[in-house]
Design a protein around this ligand. Structure first.
Ligand code: THU
Length: 151
């Protein structure tokens, strides 16, 4: 399910703040679109990331993958529980919430499979914040490892 994030319990408010703050560490000289991400792990650790661009555009890496892949490489025993993302352009956070790109969705889906547990995605915008309960909500009819061992 994808719902507006009300923040009523304030559960992920801090994670959102960390994602917003990480936009400062973005390296985005080409797109000038600065994205920050913060991944909460099951042991309470928070791993942050920001998009890192390259003159060879295809090598640009999104904030979500910078954070999530670092988390899984360095804290392989802790489950990713939630990821918050925020984006700034022209000096302000986007009004519309930032949604993860298809490549990041695929990587996040694999993390859900690897740890056997849903990851919540909190998508920040100045005028709206949405929370998806699972990557599967953002990725219907997805390609995953199941089919590799189908036969
Ligand atoms: N980007 C992210 O970091 N995360 C997203 O969810 C969407 C896009 C980055 C990639 C690139 O550096 C810039 O934003 C513009 O696409």
């Amino acid at each position: 399910m994808i719902l507006p994030y009300t923040g009523s319990k304030g559960e992920f408010d801090k994670l959102i703040q960390q994602a917003k703050s990480m936009t400062q560490n973005s390296y985005a000289p080409y797109s000038k679109f600065s994205v920050g991400a913060a991944v909460l792990l099951s042991d309470g650790t928070v791993i942050t990331g920001a998009n890192q661009e390259n003159a060879a555009y295809g090598e640009c890496v999104c904030a979500e993958r910078v954070a999530l892949l670092y988390a899984m490489a360095n804290h392989p025993d802790a489950k990713p529980v939630a990821i918050a993302i925020a984006a700034k352009t022209n000096g302000s956070f986007t009004s519309e919430c930032i949604k993860p790109c298809g490549s990041c969705r695929q990587v996040m889906l694999e993390a859900e499979h690897r740890y056997g547990s849903d990851i919540k995605i909190i998508m920040y915008g100045d005028k709206e914040i949405y929370i998806a309960e699972s990557v599967k909500d953002l990725m219907p009819l997805s390609f995953g490892c199941g089919i590799l061992s189908d036969k």
